[in-house]
Design a protein around this ligand. Structure first.
Ligand code: ACO
Length: 353
C-alpha cells in the first residue's frame, strides 16, 4: 500500500497586498523586494478571519477534488505555525467544521517543512494500515505576526492618506526584512491508501537540527517566560519573529540541495527521471540557487512566490494543486518535493502522482 494523493485544494486570503502598498507603511521599495526575494504580491486575511477558516476552505476543496466524503476520512493532519489558539491546535477544528468523524487529528508545527513532515506521517499511517483516507492541510496566516496598527492596514487597503501613529513607520520598518516575504494561505491534499501502478509516496527523508533553533524563531510568547505572555514582551515586539536572514539563506540552499541528491541517489534516480521539482517558496533566489546546484532545467521547476509570498506550510501543496489543475502534473509523473524551514527542519519527498 502506498499513500496516493487523490485530490487537492487551496484557499488564498482575500486581500492582495502589492510591494508598492507595503512601501506606504514602511521603508521599502518594490525594486528591493522583487530583486532580493522574487515576491511581487501576497495576500492577507480580513481582520477577524483565522488560519482555520482558510484551512477548512482548502480542505473542503480537496475533498471535492478527490471525490471523498468527510465521513470517509479517518485521519487529519494539520500543519501550521500560526494556529487559532496557543492550544488546542487546529486539527480538531478542521475535523469538526468539515463534518469529519471523531478520528485522530494531529497538529504538527515544522514551519516551512510542515507539509512534507505531514506527508511523512500520513504515509506511515497509510502504509501500516492504521488509516485509509487522510486529509493533510498546510495553512498559515502571517499577517498577525506584524506589529502593524489600524493606520497601516488602512493604507494597505488603499487609503494613502490614512495617518500613521507616532513611530509606526519606524516600527513597521524594523521587521521589513520579514514582513515583505510572507502571505496568508492554506492548501490541502486528500491522501488515500492505494496500490495502483506504483502511484503514491515512494520515499522521504526528514531531518531536523535544533542547534540553530534561535536563528529563526519567535523570541517571546512562550513557556520559557513566566507568565508565557506579558506586557513587557508585547511592548518589545517579541511576538514578531526573529530571523537571521543571511544564515537561513545559506542553510536553506545547502540543506535542500543536499537532501534532494541523497533521496534521489538512494532510490537510484537522477533529476532526469523527475518530471517536476516542488521547492518550498521562501525566496526565489534560494530556489534558483538550488536549481543550479541540481542542474535542473527551467521546465522542471515551478514558482509561485511572486504571487503569494512565503505561505509556510501551504507552499508545496499550493504548487501541487496548481500544477495538477493546469495539467503540468498528471498521474504517473514523478515529483520531488523539497523544503527547509525554522527548527531547523528540512527534507525531501518523492511522489508518483
Ligand atoms: N526593503 C528595503 N531594504 C531592506 C529590506 C526591505 N524590505 N529588508 C532589508 N533591507 C536592507 C537591510 O536593512 C540591509 O541594509 P544595509 O545593507 O544598509 O544594512 C540590506 O537591505 C541587506 O539586508 P540583508 O538582510 O543582508 O538582505 P538579504 O539579501 O540577505 O535578503 C532576505 C534578506 C530576503 C530575508 C534573505 O536573507 C532570505 O531570504 N533569507 C532566507 C529566508 C528563509 O528561507 N526563511 C526560511 C523559511 S521561513 C520559516 O520557516 C518560518
Amino acid at each position: 500500500m502506498r499513500a496516493v494523493i487523490a485530490g487537492s485544494g487551496s484557499e488564498i486570503a482575500r486581500n492582495c497586498v502589492t510591494n508598492e502598498a507595503l512601501s506606504r507603511i514602511m521603508d521599502t521599495t518594490d525594486a528591493w523586494i522583487r530583486e532580493r526575494s522574487g515576491v511581487e504580491t501576497r495576500y492577507y486575511i480580513d481582520a477577524g478571519q483565522k488560519t482555520s477558516d482558510l484551512a477548512v476552505a482548502a480542505g473542503q476543496k480537496a475533498l471535492e477534488h478527490a471525490g471523498v466524503a468527510p465521513s470517509e476520512v479517518d485521519l487529519v493532519v494539520s500543519a501550521t505555525m500560526t494556529p487559532d489558539h496557543f492550544f488546542p491546535g487546529n486539527g480538531g477544528i478542521i475535523q469538526t467544521r468539515l463534518g469529519i468523524p471523531a478520528v485522530p487529528c494531529f497538529d504538527i508545527r515544522q514551519q516551512c517543512s510542515g507539509f512534507i513532515y505531514g506527508l511523512g506521517l500520513v504515509d506511515a499511517y497509510l502504509r501500516t494500515g492504521m488509516a485509509r483516507t487522510a486529509l493533510l492541510v498546510g495553512a498559515d496566516v502571517h499577517s498577525g505576526f506584524m506589529p502593524w496598527r489600524e493606520g497601516s492596514y488602512r493604507r494597505l487597503a488603499g487609503d494613502v492618506d490614512a495617518p500613521l501613529a507616532d513611530g509606526e513607520w519606524e516600527v513597521n520598518s524594523e521587521s521589513r526584512h520579514l514582513s515583505v516575504l510572507f502571505g496568508d494561505a492554506a492548501s490541502a491534499v486528500v491522501v488515500k491508501a492505494g496500490d495502483e501502478g506504483g502511484r503514491g509516496v515512494i520515499d522521504h527523508i526528514l531531518r531536523a537540527d535544533g542547534a540553530d533553533a534561535t536563528k529563526l524563531c519567535v523570541p517571546g510568547i512562550g513557556f520559557k517566560h513566566r507568565p508565557y505572555v506579558s506586557a513587557e514582551q508585547v511592548e518589545k515586539h517579541q511576538y514578531v519573529p526573529f530571523m537571521d536572514g543571511r544564515y537561513v539563506f545559506k542553510m536553506a540552499t545547502t540543506r535542500m540541495a543536499e537532501v534532494a541528491v541523497e533521496l534521489l541517489t538512494r532510490n537510484h534516480l537522477t533529476v532526469g527521471d523527475v518530471k517536476m521539482v516542488l521547492m518550498h517558496q521562501a525566496n526565489k533566489r534560494i530556489n534558483e540557487y538550488v536549481q543550479k546546484m541540481l542542474e535542473l532545467p527551467d521546465e522542471k521547476v515551478i514558482h509561485n512566490i511572486h504571487k503569494y509570498g512565503n505561505t509556510t506550510a501551504a507552499t508545496i501543496p499550493l504548487l501541487w494543486d496548481e500544477a495538477v489543475r493546469t495539467g503540468r502534473i498528471v498521474p504517473g509523473d514523478l515529483v520531488l518535493m523539497v523544503a527547509f524551514g525554522a527548527g531547523m527542519t528540512w527534507g525531501a519527498t518523492l511522489v508518483r502522482a
